[in-house]
Design a binder for this molecule. Structure first.
Ligand SMILES: [Zn+2]
Ligand SMILES: [Zn+2]
Length: 300
């Protein structure tokens, strides 16, 4: 293991048209955009109260990102294919400092019932908080009380989104393979975004934890790789810039957001605000293969 800041930068392909397998996040830009979008989507929405709570949470993540108090760089083994996966980073509890800051900031902003949840979570031992965080990262969502998951994930995500860009700049990008889970941290995607840069119609999956986007070819199931039994669904005008790809091999689906057609769209906010599509897909027998961090309070 080596301190990440001592690992040399990788060179990569500098051609402007070269396809980049990984797009590093700029967390402050992402949180600013997401908070704005949640505010817009809350107007007149039946989910308005929940969208506003999520907006406060994302605005608090922005504060953490701006404060830049993330402790020392994590120790990493850059020879591993997923350098920030839990198995190499499970002893790092610096994110718990982020959790306490996030909870203290949120406490005066939320309704009484939510404030009760925040106080309970603040009162847990760091060992219990860390154990819950590790369970979430392993995808064992039901091991964590659902009312805590939204806040735990927000702190974990702010922490790892801070370090991921530095790690990407030191990864051997040429060795990155197309995968269903994030090549940087091993977490599930939120959804696909369709980008027009550097080339038209490229699909990237957006990581639910570290906010990295990674390339994944179109017309191939992002869950099981099958390319034969896919269907593409379009819905009414209101959500015309969201399409859904279903797979009859694994019975999964992923949303695709055409963000270049409407730059106001933001992957986490628009996935959340288009929950109506998920229930239609569920009625047809398909299951989501993705994870929205703002919906964790509703998972079990
Ligand atoms: Zn990731
Ligand atoms: Zn599939």
């Amino acid at each position: 293991m080596t301190f990440a800041s001592e690992i040399p930068l990788s060179l990569g392909d500098k051609s402007p048209l070269a396809l980049k397998p990984l797009l590093a996040a700029k967390p402050q830009d992402i949180y600013r955009h997401r908070a704005e979008r949640l505010e817009t989507l809350a107007e007149g929405s039946p989910l308005a109260d929940y969208l506003k709570l999520c907006r406060s949470l994302v605005a608090t993540q922005l504060k953490l990102a701006e404060a830049q108090e993330f402790g020392p760089a994590p120790e990493l083994d850059m020879t591993q294919p997923i350098p920030l996966s839990l198995q190499y980073t499970d002893d790092n509890h610096y994110w718990l400092v982020q959790l306490q800051s996030l909870l203290s900031e949120m406490l005066p902003l939320v309704p009484a019932a939510v404030a009760g949840v925040i106080r309970e979570l603040m009162a847990l031992t760091p060992e219990q908080q860390a154990a819950y965080g590790n369970s979430l990262r392993q995808g064992h969502l039901s091991d964590v009380p659902a009312q805590y998951s939204l806040f735990l994930w927000a702190a974990l995500s702010a922490y790892w989104a801070h370090w991921a860009p530095m790690v990407i700049s030191r990864m051997d990008i040429a060795a990155v393979k197309q995968t269903a889970l994030c090549p940087v941290c091993g977490s599930h995607p939120v959804a696909s975004v369709i980008r027009e840069e550097p080339r038209e119609g490229l699909r990237y999956l957006h990581c639910s934890l570290c906010e990295t986007q990674w390339h994944y070819v179109r017309a191939q199931c992002t869950n099981c790789d099958d390319a034969k039994q896919l269907s593409l669904w379009a819905f009414d005008d209101h959500q015309a810039n969201i399409r859904i790809e279903t797979c009859d091999h694994c019975h999964g689906y992923t949303k695709m957001l055409f963000v270049a057609k409407d730059p106001r769209m933001e992957v986490v906010a628009d996935d959340l605000a288009s929950l109506g599509l998920d229930s239609q897909l569920s009625d047809k027998g398909y299951s989501a293969t993705t994870l929205n961090p703002l919906l964790l309070a509703h998972e079990s």
